[in-house]
Every structure is written in C-alpha cells, then in structure tokens.
Design a protein around this ligand. Sequence first.
Ligand code: ADP
Ligand code: MG
Length: 386
Amino acid sequence: MHIHEYQAKSLFRKFNIQTPEAVLIDSVSQAGDACASLGDGVWVVKAQVHAGGRGKGGGVILCRSIEAVENACTALLGSNLVTPQTDTKGLPINQLLIEGGQNIERELYLGLLVDRQTQKITILASTEGGMDIEKVAAETPDKIIKFGVDPLGVLTENNCASIASKLGLKGNLATQFNTTLLALYEIFTTKDVSLIEINPLITTPENQLLALDGKIDFDDNALYRHEDIIELRDVSQEDEKENEASEYQLNYISLDGTIGCMVNGAGLAMATMDLIEHHGGSPANFLDVGGGTTAERVAKAFELIQSEDNVKGVLVNIFGGIVRCDLIAEGILQAIEKVGLTLPIMVRLEGTNAKQGLALLDQSEFDIATEADLTQAAIKIVELSA
Ligand code: ADP
Ligand code: MG
C-alpha cells in the first residue's frame, strides 16, 4: 500500500525525523491562511498523489507570493498529474501540501528496502539526491552507497556513523543523520514497510538536516496488524477496476494493450502475456482468476475485461488441474450470455476433461474460437484482435 507525502512526513515527525513546516489543503480558499501560518517568504505547493517524479511533472511549484500560491493551487486542484512514474492518464490531485520553501545546501538520498538477493534490509544512500536519482543509479551506480543490515543483529550507531561519513556529513549534521537513519529503520521494522525513502534529504545553511520528501510503501500482507496504517489508505489514487476485481478475489491489473487475458494461475497468466507479446500482440491486463473458479467469477472477469476501452479481443487460457475443463466451459458460456460479450474470443483449455470442454464451446450458439495448443491460441487471438 502506498501513502501520500504528507502522511509519510507525519509519521516521520512522530519518530523524530525533521521535516519542514507545512499545511495540507483541499481547496484554494484555504491557501491564504496556510501561507500566513507558515510565515513570509517562499512557499512550495506540492501535489499529493501516489507517485514520484512530481517535480518533473509540474506538481511541485515554487511560489514567491500568496497570489502565485493561489494560482498554483487553482491550476493543480481537481486536475490529474502525469509524471514519469504514472500512466498517461495520471493521478487525481485532491489535496495539496503547502510547505515553507527551504534554503537547500545539499540534496542527499536515503532509502531502505528489502534486497531480495542478499535477503537483508538494505540502506541506500547517496550524495546525489534529488530529482535525478534514477539516472544516478543507472549511470553511476558507484555513487550509491549500499549497506545490508545483519538480519540477526541491529542497525548500530557505528553503522550510521560510517554512512554519514561517506556522505560527507560531520558534527551536528552527522548526529542528525544518525537519528534520522535509526528512526527510518525503526519505522521500517515496526510498521512492516517494504520501501521507505527520503529524497531529497537536505542540509541547510543553518546546519539542519530535513526530509523534504517522503515515500513509504507498506507490505499489503502485513496490513492486518497495522490499523493506524490502513486508515491512511486513499482509494482515489488506486485503480477502480483493480479494487472491484479484488472484491471478487480476482487478481487483476490493467495494462495498455488490446488483448484481454483470463487465466487461472499467476505463473500461467505471465506466460500467456509473454506469448501474446512474442506473437506481436499486447496484453490489456493481467488476470488470475484463481484455482477454484466459479461461473460468477468468470462472469465478473469478462465484465471487467469488456469495460476497458482498449480491448479488442479476449484470450481465455485455463489449465484444468483441480477444476474440470467442461465445468469451466459451462461457466464461460453462462458468463458470455450474462455479460453479452461482443468481442472476439479465443479459449484454450488443457487438462482434465479438456476435450469435452472444447466440444461444448464449439457446439455453442456463440462465436467462440477454441484451441488446445497455447501457442496457436496466442497467434490466433493476435490475428482476431488486429
Ligand atoms: P518528487 O520527488 O515527487 O519530484 P519532491 O518533494 O522530491 O517531489 O520535490 C521535488 C524537488 O522540489 C526537490 O528535489 C526539491 O529540489 C524541491 N523541493 C521540494 N520541496 C521543497 C521545499 N519545501 N523547499 C524548497 N524546495 C523544495
Ligand atoms: Mg522526491
């Protein structure tokens, strides 16, 4: 689960990580008061969306007058923000953080994640923080400091001091860095975080270390034990169809392509998408209908697939292991009737009673193409959807 920058910073403050003064607003009429409470000078208007790269997408605006702040708020509120990390539709801006503009001396990067290769919580830090950190990581990886925390041990003051020194932080700044890093580690481990990031972590001419941005992703599987975190969920930032699907225990992710996919099993779904790509098509979604598929869930899956504007054809790929293919075929027929599916459809069935299942589909009143071979099915649905 993702949360907003303002929510991450509020958690930071609870753990003694320093952040600039800021006020959250959701209407332009609140902008003047927000600026007044922050004091004179420079303000930064920041779009609250579940994506990074907001600066590059025009979602972080530096303003030198209240009028400029109000103009920025008017432009942003109610619009969608497209950033290098969103799709072309972008994400809705319903809230803005008005923050005191800071005097930036240095922009550092500090993050923690689980490194799957070393199986350790790993600290990433860099002197080259800011909006181009992805480029730094790709082009000059030696500028990223990596430290894996011993899973049986703890993060020590010495570990922090060594990273601070590599970042060129001394004296008071090094002390503040230790506090910040230990706090990030504490949030990470106590709140079941999968990624936590401060970019940029700035130093000011007054020798202050401040978190100017905050990103936290939580492990969905552990959310049940963090009621305080569940409350931070903002469904306006999530894909409506994906949420609807999860209510039916369908694992659905919409994509940009034209071929809707309905598959049982996540691995088979991935392989099916690969085959579609391999034969010149592009999948419109990832969809795992799960093992114990019912006619109702198949119908819901068709409904979801058909509701996406870009879909031109549907490939159903079911391996009957525990489920019988003839029952699946009946489910598909019922679902097509219920949903009124009008798109070209290709069904590939394999496994228990596959022959009977394919025969049922072939004999039906609907125009359903069938295949026992997955490669052939992929080739044909690409043709049918062209
Ligand atoms: P994103 O990472 O989504 O682009 P950030 O919050 O990191 O958004 O903001 C982008 C850049 O804007 C920062 O790297 C920093 O240079 C500048 N910035 C952000 N907040 C402030 C602030 N309060 N004062 C001054 N500059 C800021
Ligand atoms: Mg940032």
